[in-house]
Design a protein around this ligand. Structure first.
Ligand SMILES: [Zn+2]
Length: 51
């Protein structure tokens, strides 16, 4: 029998997005659940993911 592992935020991935134009940084903690990654739009352009 294996012991239960209670990892915090095992299913939630934090991801950061940066706007190339205004340099706004956004941290996405919860995703909407659709298979595709959602795009965040700022300044009329898609924000790029930051590592
Ligand atoms: Zn922007």
């Amino acid at each position: 029998m294996t012991t239960k592992k209670t990892k915090k935020a095992s299913s939630t991935k934090k991801k950061q997005y940066r706007c190339k134009i205004c340099d706004l940084l956004v941290t996405a903690e919860n995703f909407c659940g659709c298979r595709k990654e959602c795009e965040i739009i700022c300044c009329g352009k898609v924000m790029t993911p930051v590592k």
